[in-house]
Structure formats: structure tokens, C-alpha cells
Design a protein around this ligand. Structure first.
Ligand code: G4P
Length: 538
């Protein structure tokens, strides 16, 4: 990494101070672990909303949801991502919503490229579940610090020490509990703060709709009140002390250890402790580094990167929106930015803050904040926007696709709409679009991480672009990157096919399966066949 250039070292101390107040994070979890409930509880505690239920959006509770798309509602899964801003004390928390379904991990990956910290949410009865593991791998690959929240402690679950052991053994993340539960899962009495030994007794609020009542007690009072449960918790704490499971900032920041908190989002137990941990431990936005390795201080002029594109978020606002995480500088609505890829100006008259179907116009924003730019047809995922000295951030890596299908317009007379739709879905990163001279422009190959992405393509092509598509699945399961020198040899391989990825002109070789790959590698030792980012692990 080189030092900042002269031109970018001019920084605004007010902007740097605003950046220092920001905590930008995401919650990673398996579906049903309680992400929506926790989001709601965090917002409730921070008084960003007046009553619980306003964020959740499930059942008959409606409000700031991410269920804008008809299909998403029908499936009951969260396909898209948005950002929720929570003002808490002197801090601004930006919670980026991550889709929970495994098939949308590509989108999740991009969201995780825009956060400084992640909360790994575990169900106390289930521990680490498949989707959590996959998302954790993404965090590890990007060295995102992780705070662990063990949820649903009000229900029967596993032993706390056993859960910590599972985290350490299975993912190699050293757990350092910040608090400790008194009472087994299902009989949750309260939390001991490991820094001062004080006890917070928790009282369930009716319906969980308001903030749970908390009472601070000293050790003597707590011992008297909780009896054997208190003694057991003390014994467990001693054990933790002996194995040195104490919070350690350098290893947390390096993604090697994880502060752990216990609680229950539904009755709002332990949520204020989690908020406090976010404020005190989660890193504020750091000085970004551009594609050339130059550091641009957070206080430098405005620069941001598009990490997500979304179209047609709401039938009432038919538009295409770019979500930009601010990397440096002060954003003001109306600013004219430069689009680094094309060098063209981009006007920001209609910038917005968005969470689910709720929108509000945003006037000012700082590093760590997420702004949504409407009418963003020229923008693509990974693009940089800036003012002042030129800057371009490195591309956001895409996942290795494992599912492939040829797309054709059902109605040949709608070919123009077909082309426009495919190009847009490509730019949004809904699927990766591959082409070759052999197949021709009329029959692009769509590449996806999960097959559900194809359903999104079909739905949107028909509904939004009025160009229904026919998809024929291809019998490939692997993609490898190759280069121009290897391409002629790769073209002649059996059980494989060479295509160009439109987004970045990479040459990809699609291969039937790993056995075929092995044979190809054995017979062609000089052929360039580089693995792509698989499951978030570089
Ligand atoms: P998700 O977004 O991760 O998919 O999970 P969500 O918040 O929807 O929670 C999944 C289920 O777990 C919900 O129950 C929710 O009420 C419950 N839950 C979340 N946190 C806690 C907790 O701390 N304690 C307990 N006991 N339950 C919790 P549901 O019956 O599926 O939905 P709903 O009818 O309550 O909305």
C-alpha cells in the first residue's frame, strides 16, 4: 500500500468527526434465527421508531419492510437489501439488510463488502447453521470483524459453554463473551456484565412490544435473588477467566476473535447491551484504499462505491436505484458527481435513504452512510462516484456461478426489450451474463450461484420488460477463469465451453463437473484455469 497522494490529503476535520460517529454493519444469520426481530428490537431501543412491529413486516405487522417485490412476499423470503439508519446517543448506526436465503448469497456478498462489522446471530437451540457458516466465510474472506449475539435465550436451548465451543471448533473464531446469562436457556433471569461483574435482572414486558424492564443489582443482591443459578453462572465465569476468553481488540479487528453477547430479541433482552457493544467496539469507517492501493482519507472529498443495484422497488416509483456506500467526504443532495468508469457527470438531485418500501429524501450524508440514487441507469455494481481528485475503487468480486442456462426471448418480435432487460439484470448483478460467438447475442448464457436467481430473471423479464424468456439449463456445474493465450486450447476441450463474461470481459471456461475438470487439468497442465471466488472464500 502506498501513501496518500498530495491531492487527496486535503481533509475536512468535520467530516472525519462525522465518520467517527458511524457504525455500519449487517446481521448475518440463518433464516428464522430472528434477524427481523432483532432489527426491530435494535431500532426500538434506539428509539428510531416508536413501537415494535414497524420494521418487522411479517404477518399483519406492516411497516419498514424489505418485502417490496410481489414474488418476495409470496415466497416469504427476503431477496433484496436496504439500509436502516438508527440514531443512537451520539452515534449513527447504519444497518444494512442482508437477504437471508442461500440462493441470494451473491447479493449478500456485495452487502458485506459495504459494512465495517457484522453481527452473527445464532439461535441458542441451533448454534451454527448452514447459511450462517456461509455468510461467516464471506466475513472471514473480507476480514470483517464479527460480534456474536446468541438469541432466543428465553427458550430452551443449548449450554452456553457448548455454544462457545462450537464457534471455536467449527469456524476457528475465538469467542470472548462480554456478558453471561444467569439461568439456562428457557429460564433466562438476567445478564452478568463481565467487565464489572454487575448483574442486570430482566423482566419480560407484556407482548414484548415495549422495552423490557431492567434492574441493575450488585453481586450480593444478585446471589440472594438468583440462588443456585447465580452460583452456576459464577462457576462458568471462573472457567472463562481461566481460559483467557477476554475481549481483545486487535484479534477482534482482525476477525480472529468475536465478542459474544447473550439475549433474546423478542422480549428485548440483552438488546441494549448489544447496541452498547456496537458503539464501543465496532470500528468506525476507515480511510478507504483505491484500486491502485492509494489511501484516501475519510475526510477527503466525496467518493463512494455502488454495492447494489435494484430496479422497480415499488410499483409507485418505477425506477432503477443504485445503493452507494460513502467512502470519503461529505455528501449533499444536488451535488454533481463524476462516474469514474465513464468520466460522465452524475446529478444527485433525487438521492434517498431507503429501507424496504419506506423512502425519505436524504440531504446530507457522511462516510459509512448509504445513499440510494434514483434514475441510475448508467451505474453498475462496483462503480465509483466521486468529486475532487480522481479515484476508482477495486471491483467487488463476484461469486463462482454453479448454475447455467441459455436465455431466449419467447417472442422474437420483443428482442429489443429482451436485450435491454438482460443488460439491466446483468448490471444489477441479478445474474452474470456470458456470451460467445458460437452461441450468438440472441442466446446469452446466464450464470447463477443459486437456481432461485433464475426465477427472479423470469419474473422480472416478463413483468418489468414485457419480454418473457425461455431458459434451457446447461449441464455445467463449474466455472474457471482462463486467458487469451489459453483460449484456443480451451475451445477444443470436450465437456467444456469458453464464454466471455460481459460485465468484465473475463474469459470463463464452463466445465461439466469436477471429474471432468481433473481430466482437463491432467491432460493440459499448461492451461490457465483459475478458480473464482467460491462461497465467499477467496
Ligand atoms: P428471521 O428474520 O431471521 O427469519 O427471523 P424472525 O425475526 O422472523 O424470527 C423467526 C421466529 O423466531 C419468529 O417467530 C420470531 O418471533 C421468533 N423469535 C425471534 N427472536 C426470538 C427470541 O428472542 N425469542 C423467541 N422465543 N422467539 C424469537 P414466528 O412464530 O416464526 O413468527 P412471528 O409470528 O412471531 O412473526
Amino acid at each position: 500500500m502506498t501513501v496518500a497522494t498530495e491531492s487527496t490529503t486535503h481533509t475536512d476535520p468535520d467530516v472525519a468527526a462525522e465518520a467517527a460517529r458511524r457504525r455500519t454493519f449487517a446481521v448475518i444469520s440463518h433464516p428464522d434465527a430472528g434477524k427481523s426481530t432483532l432489527t426491530e428490537a435494535l431500532a426500538l431501543h434506539a428509539a428510531a421508531i416508536t413501537s415494535a412491529g414497524a420494521v418487522h413486516g411479517k404477518g399483519d405487522r406492516r411497516g419498514v419492510t424489505s418485502d417490496w417485490m410481489g414474488m418476495e412476499q409470496a415466497r416469504g423470503i427476503s431477496i433484496t437489501s436496504a439500509a436502516l439508519r438508527i440514531d443512537y446517543g451520539d452515534c449513527v448506526l447504519n444497518l444494512l439488510d442482508t437477504p437471508g436465503h442461500a440462493d441470494f448469497s451473491e447479493d449478500t456478498y456485495r452487502v458485506l463488502s459495504a459494512v465495517d462489522c457484522a453481527i452473527m446471530l445464532l439461535d441458542s437451540a441451533k448454534g451454527l447453521e448452514p447459511q450462517t457458516l456461509k455468510l461467516f466465510d464471506v466475513c472471514r474472506a473480507r476480514r470483517v470483524p464479527v460480534i456474536t449475539f446468541v438469541n432466543k435465550w428465553d427458550r430452551p436451548g443449548r449450554e452456553p459453554l457448548e455454544l462457545l465451543d462450537e464457534i471455536e471448533q467449527r469456524i476457528g473464531l475465538r469467542p470472548t463473551p462480554l456478558n453471561w446469562p444467569v439461568g439456562i436457556a428457557g429460564d433466562f433471569r438476567g445478564l452478568i456484565d463481565r467487565t464489572d461483574g454487575c448483574y442486570t435482572k430482566l423482566y419480560r414486558a407484556p407482548g414484548g412490544a415495549t422495552r423490557a424492564r431492567e434492574e441493575r443489582l450488585d453481586a450480593a443482591q444478585a446471589a440472594q435473588m438468583e440462588g443456585d443459578e447465580w452460583t452456576q453462572a459464577q462457576e462458568e465465569l471462573e472457567l472463562l477467566g481461566e481460559i483467557g476468553a477476554d475481549y481483545d481488540e486487535p484479534s477482534f479487528r482482525a476477525g480472529e476473535s468475536s465478542p459474544v453477547l447473550f439475549g433474546a430479541a423478542l422480549p428485548n433482552f440483552g438488546v441494549s447491551q448489544l447496541l452498547q457493544a456496537l458503539v464501543e467496539l465496532a470500528p468506525a469507517p476507515a480511510d478507504p484504499v483505491d484500486a491502485q492501493g492509494q489511501v484516501r482519507p475519510v475526510g477527503a472529498p466525496f467518493a463512494g462505491q455502488v454495492f447494489k443495484m435494484q430496479a422497480n422497488m415499488d410499483k409507485n416509483h418505477r425506477d432503477r436505484m443504485a445503493f452507494v456506500r460513502i467512502a470519503s467526504g461529505h455528501f449533499e443532495r444536488g451535488m454533481v458527481l463524476t462516474h469514474a468508469r465513464t468520466g460522465r457527470p452524475f446529478a444527485t438531485k433525487y438521492s434517498q435513504a431507503v429501507f424496504g418500501s419506506e423512502r425519505s429524501t436524504i440531504d446530507t450524508a457522511y462516510p459509512g452512510d448509504v445513499i440510494a440514487l434514483v434514475n441510475a441507469n448508467a451505474l453498475s455494481v462496483g462503480d465509483t462516484l466521486y468529486t475532487g481528485p480522481t479515484v476508482q475503487f477495486a471491483a467487488i468480486p463476484s461469486f463462482a456461478p454453479e448454475h447455467f442456462a441459455v436465455a431466449r426471448a419467447r417472442d422474437a418480435s420483443r428482442y429489443k426489450q429482451f436485450q435491454r432487460g438482460i443488460a439491466q439484470l446483468d448490471a444489477e448483478g441479478v445474474v452474470q451474463v456470458l456470451t460467445s460467438d458460437v452461441r450468438g447475442e440472441q442466446a446469452p448464457v446466464l450464470a447463477a450461484v443459486g437456481p432461485l436467481q433464475f426465477d427472479v430473471v423470469k419474473h422480472r423479464m416478463a413483468e418489468e420488460f414485457h419480454a418473457p424468456v425461455e431458459l434451457s439449463h446447461l449441464d455445467y456445474t463449474l466455472a474457471r477463469r482462463t486467458d487469451a493465450a489459453s483460449a484456443p486450447t480451451a475451445h477444443g476441450l470436450s465437456g467444456a465451453e469458453v464464454l466471455t463474461r460481459r460485465a468484465d470481459n473475463e474469459l470463463l471456461v464452463l466445465i461439466h463437473n469436477k471429474y471432468r475438470l481433473r481430466v482437463i487439468e491432467r491432460d493440459n497442465p499448461d492451461l490457465a484455469l483459475e478458480p473464482l471466488l467460491a462461497g465467499g472464500v477467496a
